[in-house]
Design a protein around this ligand. Structure first.
Ligand code: GLC
Length: 753
């Protein structure tokens, strides 16, 4: 609602778009499909092309438009929208249940302190940004109904349920320990999901300028979204539970594509492994300890003076040699690439970028300079296709050396001499604009360029990891949650953070296992490896100056526990891979909050300490120091303890003993889960046999098998098996699609029998 619009005068329909004219303005309502309606007021730009979608996603949906007295109603088979004076909207489900309406009162903005108090607070170092007045282009204020709970919003800190918290969309590199009161982190993924008592809806606020969302913190009766600039442009998605909203949202912004199988293996990283010997020592020790390892990450240390696309031969040896020897040991190298390009005459990236005008400039047209790791640096303007192509082509240098994947960092963009001013000039393709609009897109566009480069150069499914991103980046890159710390509350936050990222389209995500900053302890590393062993991206990473974090730095018990859970990960690889395969179509994540599958169970709406892997596995790790038993909530149905086979009735809390080497894991009755023999790395041996882990009950499961590397599966080079266990517990196998070398052996292994 917005009083400035005044009386509703008329409407005009042009195909799937309904323009509503008010006394003082116009609003566009577009039926995208039967469960999605877009609402736009083009304050900023008339034909804005969404960076999250890149194309018009409208389908031919059937709908009707009715006008009565002072209202216009748009009715589809799944959704009804009633529009009235002052741009007031009410959204209903098909059966007439209210989903949400605009809040009609005034916001109760509290002015909480005087200027004098503010000065005092600042003098002592308090953050007062919250108390300063907002710059607002427009606001959307909607009611919170009894029973509404909120999810999504990407990587925001804190808990699963976002109700009563406020957040900001402004990609931020913050070195302090991320707490639940942090407004913004590295990513801006403005998809809000509301689970009601018996329905759900989502709103994707597609605006890249700085925006805020306050979910009943200001006043429990309403939530609001404000943006500093840009269009009022949102997509309303209606559904019965969160699964529908995830499906609608990923329909719009894209699903996470199927990754290469080895990227799901275990990965080791540290800033910094300072020379080839450091890297060799780590890899050899993994092999010696017989702990599986697929990837080693090269942080900024491998470059010459942190200049991107260079290689420090002095410390790492001749180009390609170390990579070849890693490959011979089954380890794939992933190198970091930051956007900040060192300002240095004679350095090819600097010279070419300057000559061709590829770097962002200040408002007077001079190349903008700020400092990052290499010192004074320039920032490629990824908003332009020509610049993205140039950057993409440079990846040939890495590919020729034998790089298997690229890690994009510092792309908020981070800068050491204060944030880039709002008026630094960037382009959105041919349109000249500013940092204010492109900031939240910087990481998105950088990883799109990286993805396209690697795809063209290798023909494989690119492995890109990015820290900063926007909605839709999941099509190009996996994400990690940035600089967490070796703190128990950061281990605890892993579950809600990764689950919300998953709901927000990012099926491939992970935290730095063990924590990046601060010193890890033996106990924390064990609990983190247990809790994270099903997290889609599974990487141990730590910062320079902190305690070294490979398992053997903490003694034999820690080595054994790490091996146990990393082996477990390798055992379940085909199940995780199947979830990615399915997710490419459905948009559903790998790591899931219980509320996704049990929307009617009030116990799981605020559950932060457990997660599901697909539907069949429930993980309830220990997340507190010194704790050796925990309460586990099992939702309805029957569950089997993975370790003991014990049968447990669901819809109850149980107490599970969990000494340091035990992470409670439960398998749902009637499950079939494909598993592989443990290997030291993907590709060590052919995966020519599969073991189906089964729990009692009738079961049906579809399993995907291919070469795990390229796009041949899209041309039919894959097998799709349907496994069925009937009431007499006999296994039947049907090959639904045959296009790849089939397994030589399929066996079944029972749990709970
Ligand atoms: C940033 C990254 C971190 C990396 C470091 C050095 O802090 O988030 O992962 O190790 O930069 O490149």
């Amino acid at each position: 609602m917005d009083n400035r619009f005044g009386k509703l005068i008329s409407y005009e329909q042009n195909k799937n778009q309904i323009k509503v004219t008010y006394a003082n303005g116009e609003v566009f309502f577009t039926v995208v499909k039967d469960d999605i309606i877009r609402v736009t007021v083009p304050y900023f730009c008339k034909d804005y092309i969404s960076k999250a979608m890149e194309q018009d996603k409208s389908q031919d949906a059937e709908f009707s438009v009715q006008k009565s007295a002072e209202k216009v109603a748009i009715v589809t088979s799944k959704l009804q929208l009633v529009i009235a004076d002052n741009f007031t909207t009410e959204f209903y489900s098909a059966d007439g249940q209210l989903l949400v309406r605009d809040y009609c009162g005034d916001r109760t903005v509290e002015k909480r302190v005087s200027w004098e108090t503010m000065e005092m607070l600042e003098a002592e170092g308090h953050d007062t940004s919250n108390l300063q007045e907002d710059q607002i282009r427009f606001q959307i204020v909607k009611t919170i109904e009894d029973g509404d709970d909120f999810y999504g919003l990407g990587d925001k800190s804190g808990f699963m349920n976002k109700k009563h918290y406020e957040y900001e969309n402004w990609n931020s590199d913050l070195p302090q320990a991320h707490n639940e009161d942090f407004k913004a982190l590295y990513k801006s993924v403005p998809i809000l999901m509301c689970l009601k008592k018996s329905a759900a809806y989502g709103i994707f606020f597609d605006n890249t300028f700085r925006s805020k969302i306050n979910l009943g913190k200001e006043n429990p009766e309403y939530y609001f979204y404000t943006a500093e600039e840009g269009n009022l442009d949102y997509y309303f998605i209606a559904g019965t539970d969160l699964r529908d909203i995830v499906s609608g949202y990923t329909y719009l912004t894209g699903t996470t594509p199927l990754p290469q199988m080895w990227t799901l293996g275990y990965q080791q990283s540290r800033w910094g492994y300072e020379c080839a010997d450091d890297i060799n020592y780590v890899v050899d020790n993994y092999r010696k300890e017989q702990i599986p390892l697929d990837v080693i990450h090269f942080d900024i240390d491998y470059m010459e003076h942190y200049k991107v696309f260079t290689w420090d031969e002095k410390n790492y040896g001749p180009k390609g040699e170390l990579f070849d020897s890693l490959r011979a040991r089954g380890v794939k190298p992933v190198t970091i690439i930051d956007p900040g390009t060192k300002l240095e005459k004679g350095y090819f990236m600097c010279d070419e970028g300057t000559e061709k005008g590829y770097f962002a400039t200040d408002k007077d047209g001079d190349i903008y300079v700020n400092a990052v790791w290499p010192g004074d640096s320039n920032f490629p303007d990824f908003g332009r296709e020509e610049v993205r192509n140039w950057w993409a082509d440079k990846h040939q240098i890495l590919v020729d050396m034998g790089v298997a994947g690229v890690w994009n960092d510092m792309n908020e963009p981070a800068s050491f001499h204060g944030e880039l001013p709002q008026d630094v000039v960037f382009y959105d393709e041919d349109r000249k604009t500013t940092h204010a609009e492109m900031h939240n897109l910087y990481g998105h566009l950088m990883s799109k360029s990286t993805f396209e480069g690697l795809k063209a150069q290798t023909g494989k499914r690119p492995f890109v990891i990015t820290r900063a991103c926007y909605a839709g980046t999941q099509k190009y890159s996996t994400v990690w949650t940035g600089d967490n710390q070796s703190l128990w509350h950061h281990l605890q936050m892993m579950i809600p953070q990764l689950c919300n990222l998953g709901l927000s389209g990012f099926a491939f995500c992970g935290t730095d296992v063990g924590g990046f900053g601060a010193d890890c302890t033996p106990e924390l590393l064990c609990r983190w490896i247990e809790a994270g062993c099903f997290s889609p991206l599974f990487r141990n990473h730590s910062a320079k100056g902190t305690k070294k974090q490979e398992p053997w730095r903490f003694g034999q018990e820690v080595v054994d526990i790490n091996r146990k859970y990393i082996e477990l990960r390798y055992k379940f690889l085909p199940y995780i891979y199947d979830l990615f395969y399915q997710g490419e179509t459905t948009g559903l994540p790998v790591m899931r909050p219980l509320v996704l599958h049990y929307p009617n169970d009030p116990e799981v709406r605020d559950l932060n300490s457990e997660y599901l892997v697909g539907e069949a596995i429930l993980v309830a790790p220990v997340l507190e120091q010194g704790v050796t038993r925990r309460m586990v909530y099992l939702p309805e149905g029957v569950w089997y303890d993975y370790w003991t086979g014990e049968r447990v009735e669901g819809k109850q809390y149980i107490l599970r003993e969990a000494p340091i080497d035990v992470c409670p894991i439960y398998i749902k009755a009637g499950s079939l889960i494909p598993t592989y023999d443990v290997v030291q790395y993907v590709g060590e041996k052919p995966y020519d046999r599969v073991t189906l882990l089964a729990t009692p009950g009738e079961a049906r499961y579809t399993h995907f098998q291919d070469n795990g590397e390229d796009y041949a599966y899209q041309e039919g080079a894959y097998n799709l098996y349907e496994f069925v266990v009937d009431e007499s517990e006999k296994l039947h196998t049907n090959m639904i699609h045959k296009g790849y070398t089939p397994y030589e052996e399929i066996t079944i292994q029972w749990i709970g029998k």
